[in-house]
Design a protein. Structure first.
Length: 580
């Protein structure tokens, strides 16, 4: 992962499942009205039957079994917090090795571990981003007021403002490199308009955008001086964020979305427009009249300021429907979302002030640490990865919500509230997952060839993040680790065995393997790499102490999975509309 501010992480294939049984899969329920937004995610239709108790078991919260689980949790959770705090103490023998990566904090006189380059870019620039968002909303208000137009039922009049503001923002961010970006955008638009509904159009789109990503990485965003020495002066006008090619990965997804949505519109593929308000899924699958796929709308979508830097990702169809038929976002929901964002940000600050696990990981200051210590260093690094992505994603989504645009929520479950690889990816970078479902998973055949499709998808996701071996290894590991769940779904379907008393426990045992495999894959891809993972495995399985710890950890994970199962049962019992 780059040290620059890029918000890119792996994906799932559909929305997070809410089932108790491990192998069971479910599709999200359709929304009933346009004023229900993605601020809430409801329980899937198949688990909101007319009589819910036919699908759920009586609550187990007060049973003897779960009382025993509470005892384990009361011991394990404080221990998981105490270990990284103690490793971060100035009295720890390894403290001097990572002390140089710490800086002065603002909480309780503590130092802060602000050494993660990706999150540091967001954290340090948070005030500037807030001012930018405020300026955008203020100028939009002034622009709307200056039109002196009667109340409109659409927001298409804002398109010129969106384009002008986005271009000015890109000039400030990337300087003269905006010329390179616009050149790529024009070429991609030309492909869409030239090929229209031709069968080779999607192939040409994919080939062009894949080549652009490779060329961007290979040439580090290009230099004007490489074209002609007389243009060297343009290279000095870099802007505040000169490495534009790092965040272009997300822009590339929008380019593909526009071209393929236009291709399907030319061929009349999609959900027919009923002329009424559209819910979330129909906004994506319902094509627009061909005149809507214009260059100015294309620029407004691809360069949309609130989502340009880090997403979340929207399809072109969804974006334009929200301009043509706006959704209603209540102030109460927006305030609640802002409060949850600030709570998450404070949580991250507490972790960075009391657990210096990123600095420990980066300097490999773990000599002499026990298997428990090593595992907690890895675990809390993954928590930092989860939070450092959640916070920018929610900030930019909140900016878009204040503008009246409702993009998908990326993180819909906490990282530690997952026991299924497929469910995990459905809850992590969900907007990317929805994008992949529409533009890769379904065109490749979906469930008809799930194993091969999964391998192709995760290979693409790994290369999309970075052209590096450790991320390619991550993609292949994830593909491999998903296969056991696919097999479990086939050989132990909940429809056949779900009522058996043993089924819940067998699923929990399977969940232990899932969690260990998910943590291993993500540690390789986004934390310690293959060398660090090799060292960790040697400490865990190469000695008696490590094996004893691993056995105890599996028991604790088993308890946690049982609590997750029951939590999902409680959601189904109460038909809870769970907030993202």
């Amino acid at each position: 992962m780059s040290g620059d501010f890029t918000i890119q992480m792996p994906t799932d294939l559909r929305s997070q499942q809410h089932t108790r049984m491990l192998p069971l899969d479910a599709s999200p329920a359709p929304r009933k009205a346009t004023n229900i937004t993605r601020l809430t995610v409801d329980i899937p239709t198949s688990f909101r039957p007319q009589r819910a108790n036919e699908r759920t078991q009586p609550p187990r919260w007060k049973t003897r079994e779960f009382l025993a689980y509470y005892v384990v949790a009361a011991f394990a959770i404080p221990l998981m917090i105490w270990v990284p705090v103690s490793l971060s103490s100035s009295s720890h023998p390894n403290f001097h090795q990572f002390r140089g990566r710490l800086s002065q904090g603002w909480l309780f006189g503590r130092l802060v571990d602000n050494s993660d380059g990706q999150y540091r870019s967001f954290r340090n620039n948070f005030p500037l981003l807030t001012v930018l968002a405020g300026a955008f909303l203020l100028l939009k208000f002034i622009f709307t007021y200056a039109l002196s137009a009667p109340r409109r039922t659409h927001h298409l009049h804002l398109v010129p403002f969106l384009v002008v503001f986005s271009i000015l923002m890109l000039i400030g961010l990337h300087g003269t490199s905006i010329v390179k970006i616009l050149a790529i955008l024009v070429l991609n638009y030309a492909i869409a308009k030239y090929t229209r509904g031709a069968k080779y159009g999607p192939w040409l789109t994919w080939a062009f955008n894949g080549l652009v990503l490779f060329a961007n990485d290979r040439n580090s965003g290009y230099r004007f001086s490489s074209i002609h020495p007389s243009l060297e002066a343009l290279d000095a006008m870099k802007g505040f964020y000169p490495r534009w090619h790092i965040s272009f990965n997300i822009t590339m997804l929008r380019l593909v979305s526009f071209n393929l949505d236009h291709y399907w519109a030319c061929n009349g593929v999609g959900t027919p427009d009923t002329g009424t308000g559209l819910a979330e899924k129909p906004r994506t699958t319902t094509p627009h009249p061909l005149e809507v796929y214009s260059f100015i709308n294309y620029l407004a979508y691809v360069l949309y300021a609130p989502l340009y830097i880090g997403g979340p990702i929207m399809t072109f169809n969804d974006f334009m429907w929200q301009l043509r038929r706006p959704t209603q976002l209540s102030p109460r929901m927006l305030i609640g979302y802002a409060i949850r964002f600030l709570a998450c940000m404070l949580t991250m600050e507490l972790i960075l002030h009391f657990m210096y696990v990123v600095a420990i990981k980066d300097t490999k200051s773990w000599l002499g640490d026990s298997p428990l210590d090593l595992s907690m260093i890895g675990f809390w690094n993954l928590m930092v990865v989860w939070l450092k992505l959640l916070l920018p994603w929610r900030f930019f989504r909140m900016w878009a919500l204040l503008d009246g645009i409702d993009p998908p929520e990326n993180m819909v479950r906490c990282m530690v509230n997952n026991y299924s690889p497929l469910g995990f990816w459905r809850a992590w970078h969900r907007s990317f997952n929805l994008w992949i479902t529409r533009y890769i998973y379904i065109p490749l055949g979906g469930t008809k060839n799930q194993a091969v499709t999964t391998f192709v998808i995760f290979t693409f996701v790994a290369l999309w993040h970075d052209l590096s071996f450790h991320l390619l290894a991550w993609g292949w590991l994830v593909s491999l680790f998903i296969l056991p769940e696919i097999a479990a779904h086939y050989f132990l379907p909940a429809s056949k065995y779900g009522a058996s008393p043993w089924y819940r426990h067998v699923c929990a045992i399977g969940g232990i393997g899932n969690i260990l495999m998910m943590m291993s894959a993500n540690l390789v891809g986004f934390v310690i790499g293959t060398d660090g993972m090799k060292y960790l495995l040697q400490q865990l399985v190469g000695a008696r102490e490590g094996l004893q710890f691993l056995l105890g950890a599996c028991f604790v994970i088993f308890v946690g999975i049982q609590l997750m199962f029951e939590y999902r049962e409680e959601e189904m019992r109460n038909h809870i509309y769970r907030r993202c």
